[in-house]
Design a protein around this ligand. Sequence first.
Ligand code: ADP
Ligand code: MG
Length: 262
Amino acid sequence: MFGARGRGQNMVVLAVVKFGGSFISEKSRKFSVRKRAVQAAFQALSNTRFVLVHGGGSFGHPVASEYGLSGMNTSTSRKGVWETRSAMQRLNDIICQAMAKSGLKPYVVPGVAILDTELRVRPGIKDTLDIISNSGLTPVSYGDVLPVVGGFRIVSGDYLSLTLCSLMQPRRMVFVLDKPGILKDPQDDESLVRRVEPDELESFGHGGSHDVTGGFKYKLKIAKEIAGLGVETAFVSGFNGDALIKSVLGGPFKGTLVVSKK
Ligand SMILES: Nc1ncnc2c1ncn2[C@@H]1O[C@H](COP(=O)(O)OP(=O)(O)O)[C@@H](O)[C@H]1O
Ligand SMILES: [Mg+2]
């Protein structure tokens, strides 16, 4: 629907959608992918125009931490850089094949094409993304190890999502999780928060996974910055195709909406 209408025209990207590692993989099982669930989620999105970002899940995070790579410091471990990127490229290929099976046409734009050695946006990348997206292909990026001044640093999928929101000005940012949204009690799926002001975000996100890019608390910080761009953010479960597509299209959905005052 939107893919066909978008062809050749400058259309607004509906959403930047980030498939979190918590959804695409079982974080406790190294190199595991929830292939069926991921496939079903792409099926739900197969007629929409969006930009995809994915996280590292049980591919990027365990390998990066083995070599001491993180989002907090720079590293010069050549083996660490190679092994971490190699794992991420394998995961990225699995994700792209799942997209293609649903009729989507992914075009991978690695983080190094988006951000320079001081993590500034590279000039011209917006035009690149527009051509890809306006052609009906789906731009795809993912958490990656980037060359920065002094070495290499992990740049998370969450951070790239913020960057892509500032570039594309989508109607929505959608964080896809293994949970139904932001929960008052992370152990209780019934404690879903339906609507939250950006200033209230800091009160959530205790516990959860502590991975090399900061986990859930970091994601909430990013959501606050995205609200500052004038973009609403949704948190939904990847296992709920109905909530996922509704959150992308902009209507009411089962999940958490972070309102933007802008
Ligand atoms: N208040 C909360 N609401 C929902 N999830 C939470 C909350 N606090 C911690 N979490 C944990 O955060 C995880 C998702 O965050 P994170 O691991 O960073 O995700 P991703 O892999 O998608 O980047 C969930 O699986 C959940 O265990
Ligand atoms: Mg994360």
